[in-house]
Design a protein around this ligand. Structure first.
Ligand SMILES: Nc1nc2c(ncn2[C@@H]2O[C@H](COP(=O)(O)OP(=O)(O)OP(=O)(O)O)[C@@H](O)[C@H]2O)c(=O)[nH]1
Ligand SMILES: [Mg+2]
Length: 298
């Protein structure tokens, strides 16, 4: 029995796992009411494991937002899948995200969950896109595939059931004192966020073949009381990709830059000067030094 009749706090690591584009990062931002992880309608938005530290009166849920599960086709993809395995290994609780449009009962993923041997909550996201009867059907279809601890239909975008899922997460976490200071939200560096906020604009403003072949590297980040100066490069693999990202008379890179500057000003809460260039770096995805630089910028 806890002392003074105060309920014991819960604390633990929660892995957000699932295919790309199902809404894992959207949920993380929604439950934490902060922009922890970038979101886009393009596949493979999250490229590395991102920590989101969520402290409430019930305790501390430490989320690992993870890249979408996929078959690796490059060194970068292999590193992304390694992060998925790391999240599963370190988790006290797994949230397995699917979405309503997902028809696949994927034996590969179910095997992955079985091997991990962790308690799993099944989340069926994007219920706002379908009628209620369809979400009940989907829940029934998934029910017997795995001994889920819970099955939760969700709309991460519209906030439907986000509170309920949050409460279930705390129910399934072990009791314990917080691991991180209460006011800490993440452990990623400012340099990492600066690069991510630029990449988010790139994903949102360009069409879908480009995101896989681009990388944002922050070369310099300087702060004083009045201004943050960010110097960054967008790496692309070919001349034609560079042409698209620069755009007619530089219009595209200008749009990416001004969108990113607004986001950066929100993030740093101060005026930002962004110096953004596009550079060709052939095959950076298979050049360990190049993507290591991005993955270590955190
Ligand atoms: N309609 C609808 N769209 C959603 C919902 N949740 C997320 N989305 C959209 O789905 C897209 C992908 O969302 P993300 O949060 O980036 O998905 P993710 O699972 O983190 O994707 P990866 O990082 O690539 O693995 C975005 O366009 C979101 O706005 C939802 O509940 N309903
Ligand atoms: Mg994501």
């Amino acid at each position: 029995m806890p002392k003074n009749n105060t309920p014991e706090t819960r604390c633990g690591y929660v892995a957000l796992i699932g295919r790309t584009n199902v809404g894992k990062s959207t949920f993380l931002n929604s439950v934490m009411q902060a922009k922890i992880s970038i979101v886009s309608d393009k596949p493979q938005t999250t490229r590395k494991r991102i920590l989101g530290i969520h402290t409430t009166s019930r305790g501390q849920a430490v989320f690992f937002d993870s890249p979408g599960i996929h078959q690796p086709r490059s060194r970068l993809n292999e590193k992304m899948m390694k992060d998925v395995h790391m999240s599963l290994r370190d988790a006290d609780l797994v949230l397995y995200f699917t979405e309503m449009r997902d028809q696949r009962d994927d034996p590969f993923i179910i095997d992955l969950l079985r091997t991990a041997g962790k308690p799993v909550i099944l989340v069926i996201n994007k219920i706002d896109l379908f009628r209620r009867s369809r979400s009940l059907e989907r829940m029934a279809a998934w029910k017997d595939l795995f001994p889920w601890k819970e099955i939760v239909p969700l709309s991460a975008l519209n906030g439907i059931n986000v509170d309920r899922l949050e409460s279930l997460i705390f129910d399934h976490l072990p009791t314990g004192a917080p691991l991180f200071p209460e006011d800490m939200l993440t452990r990623q560096s400012e340099t990492f966020y600066a690069a991510e906020l630029i990449r988010e604009q790139l994903l949102q403003l360009t069409h879908h073949e480009l995101p896989f072949t681009t990388l944002v590297v922050v070369r310099e980040l300087e702060k004083n009381e009045r201004l943050v100066t960010v110097t960054a490069e967008i790496l692309v693999e070919t001349r034609s990709q560079k042409k698209i990202i620069v755009g007619k008379n530089g219009a595209m890179v200008k749009a990416i830059g001004s969108g990113a500057r607004r986001e950066l000003e929100d993030y740093f809460d101060i005026k930002v000067y962004l110096d953004l260039h596009v550079r060709i770096s052939p095959d950076w995805r298979n050049t360990p030094n190049v993507f290591a630089e991005m993955l270590e910028q955190s």
